[in-house]
Unconditional design. Structure first.
Length: 115
């Protein structure tokens, strides 16, 4: 999982069970388990009830952890520290998922390894 990853698409399921699949997204994720440092961001926009809403997720942190037993990746620090479920991990693809309670959204991030 070490290395630089680019966001390819995002799937957001809201509290009404409406799914949004976003392919025009911006962001990256950098993981370095040797130093336990992560950084990067993902920004995206959703149209909800005909109004645009912008979201940004930060991945900066100095306590990067991977929990093998539960397939969880802990990224970030402070209020931005989150547990991501690793849905898929290959040499080329990384899919992370987490629930964002304040926005009532289940978010799935699909990353592709930067060459």
């Amino acid at each position: 999982m070490d290395g630089a990853w680019s966001i390819a698409k995002i799937k957001v399921t809201d509290g009404q069970l409406v799914e949004h699949i976003l392919k025009d997204v911006n962001g990256e994720l950098n993981l370095n388990f040797n130093t336990a440092i992560s950084d990067g961001f993902v920004s995206f926009e959703l149209i909800i009830n005909s109004l645009p809403y912008s979201f940004t997720v930060q991945f900066q942190g100095e306590d990067l952890k991977y929990i093998l037993d539960s397939d969880e990746l802990i990224i970030g620090s402070g209020v931005e520290r989150r547990r991501y479920k690793v849905i898929m991990r290959t040499k080329r693809d990384l899919v992370l998922e987490y629930y964002d309670p304040p926005n009532f959204q289940l978010r799935k991030f699909v990353f592709v390894k930067e060459e």
